[in-house]
Write a protein that binds this ligand. Sequence first.
Ligand SMILES: *[C@@H]1O[C@H](CO)[C@@H](O)[C@H](O)[C@H]1NC(C)=O
Ligand SMILES: *[C@@H]1O[C@H](CO)[C@@H](O)[C@H](O)[C@H]1NC(C)=O
Ligand SMILES: *[C@@H]1O[C@H](CO)[C@@H](O)[C@H](O)[C@H]1NC(C)=O
Ligand SMILES: *[C@@H]1O[C@H](CO)[C@@H](O)[C@H](O)[C@H]1NC(C)=O
Length: 588
Amino acid sequence: VPGMEIPRILISLVLLPASSLSLGASKPSFVLMMVDDLGIGDLGCYGNTTLKTPNIDRLAQDGVKLTQHLAASPLCTPSRAAFLTGRYPIRSGMASYGHVGVFIISAASGGLPREEITFARILKDQGYKTALIGKWHQGLSCEHRGDHCHHPRVHGFDHFYGIPMTNLRDCQPGHGSIFYAAFAHVPYGKLLATLGGLVALHTAGARVAARRLATGLAALLLAMAGLLCVFILTFADLNCFLMRGEEVVEQPYVAENLTQRMTGEAVEFLERNSDVPFLLFFSFLQVHTGLFASPRFRGKSRHGLYGDVVTEVDWCVGQIMKTLERLELKEKTLVYLTSDQGPHLEEISVHGEVHHGYSGIYRAGKSTNWEGGIRVPGIFHWPGKLPAGKVIDEPTSNMDLFPSVVNLAGASIPSDRKIDGHDLMPLLQGRVVRSDHEFMFHYCNANLNAVRWHPANSTSLWKALFFTPNFYPENTTGCFHMHICHCIDPFITHHDPPLLFDLSKDPSESKPLSPATEPNFHSIVGVMVDAAKAHEQGVEPVPEQLTLQHHLWKPWLQPCCSTLGQLCRCKRDHRQGVVEAEVEVHVE
Ligand SMILES: *[C@@H]1O[C@H](CO)[C@@H](O)[C@H](O)[C@H]1NC(C)=O
Ligand SMILES: *[C@@H]1O[C@H](CO)[C@@H](O)[C@H](O)[C@H]1NC(C)=O
Ligand SMILES: *[C@@H]1O[C@H](CO)[C@@H](O)[C@H](O)[C@H]1NC(C)=O
Ligand SMILES: *[C@@H]1O[C@H](CO)[C@@H](O)[C@H](O)[C@H]1NC(C)=O
């Protein structure tokens, strides 16, 4: 009956605005997941056919997949600083001018400065419940043990369960040490010869002054060797520990089942906060070496321990999504998954097993600004708000999360500083088709390594590299030998004019262009060099957080949780993993 339609329309007219209004008024929640060193080629949704990642693939299937999502740096500490602040790490002092680009020890004084504003701090001020579960790697204390000036709490995370540092080979018994690799190039032969010479000089009964010098130098060399041994032997106790809030609860941490325990913590956080807006940053310790998989995941993949670990990461993503579903939070929650940089191709275990991921068609991996080092998975999931199954090839950055999250939470972007990220929502929702990143700058530590240019009226995607690492995996020299590439001489080769690629035609950076193959070579390079100069001029100098001084071990900063008779060793955390009857096995 036509007459009956009117009231129904009226009712829906009355009800719809009210319900959409209340929906609009409730702030969205966020689950941001970052895997460590995961390769873009490790995931089914990015083309892997042999490593099964069904839960992550489902996120991409029901959401938006970015194929040119870029880490702001190819190393953990700076990449994460950029992610948290939306700024190139050089702006916060989280980029090193020296050799060591990440924090290595827990009792060092560098870290993300208090003046930096993270999205977590802004959301906390907006009334959000905020948590970081997993890896931090942005420093801990400044002047004395427990001042925790760089602790996640200072940067807006109410709740913290995880490790302030990073997981390393040294954190796990039987996995060797990254320092063996780092010290592999020390000229031991020469040092021994010097030592022998000094001893000879001493016994030959040279002049008193020379003898004293000889004795002193010999003692110094021996002391240094001794210190190095002590450093390696005590490394796990002093640096691999688990914190709950500001308390050390397990030192060193037991890696087995740790992903499970963190998953349990995340599920509990979601359950506890299901009726308030929340921000969960789940920062996996894996797939960084030393690798660990819980017993029920071991031997389940086709790719050795590495594949098992990826399988467990995927399982964890599944648990989090199941929890959101159970709590009816899926439509209210923006879920994001990424990696902090490309796979660490130098990671071969002490037994010769491959312990690294795969960068797919992209060149090289972690610590380089070849695409394999910075092109990371970027998946956004938000049913009802984001389209399903959309794929976007435009350049985007992990710095874009900052303005996107802040805007969605209804807060304003800080106006007193340069924010390098751009709000991604218009692009993700299809309201615009072009990314706001016309130029992007790729740093190797504090050195501007490359520029990317996506000109406004063209499909070209230019990348110019000012230097490239001396990386020869085929004969294990160069970076391979060093365990990680460095950004300074003699570990790099400079290019003037820069190496130019059009990534839209050569995404693998296989053949640099030249004036012969690209008629506009000089004008293109000219525009990019000018953009780089303008960018560099706009970077205000700030104190560097990764200086030698900040890297040094300061005993008075050393976190230490002791039990009777055991110095800096304790086990006070009793969290168990998520108990699930069965783990599906995805091997054909
Ligand atoms: C890890 O969990 C399994 C059960 O899934 C258990 O059998 C094992 O003892 C746990 N390992 C440790 C070190 O707690
Ligand atoms: C899948 O990932 C594994 C582990 O990184 C890698 O060894 C393998 O080559 C990848 N396979 C495909 C088909 O991409
Ligand atoms: C793009 O547009 C600018 C001016 O807006 C022009 O100078 C330039 O030549 C154009 N480039 C291409 C490749 O069409
Ligand atoms: C290693 O490979 C690179 C590139 O192929 C080459 O330039 C270099 O000389 C090689 N080094 C050795 C020791 O073979």
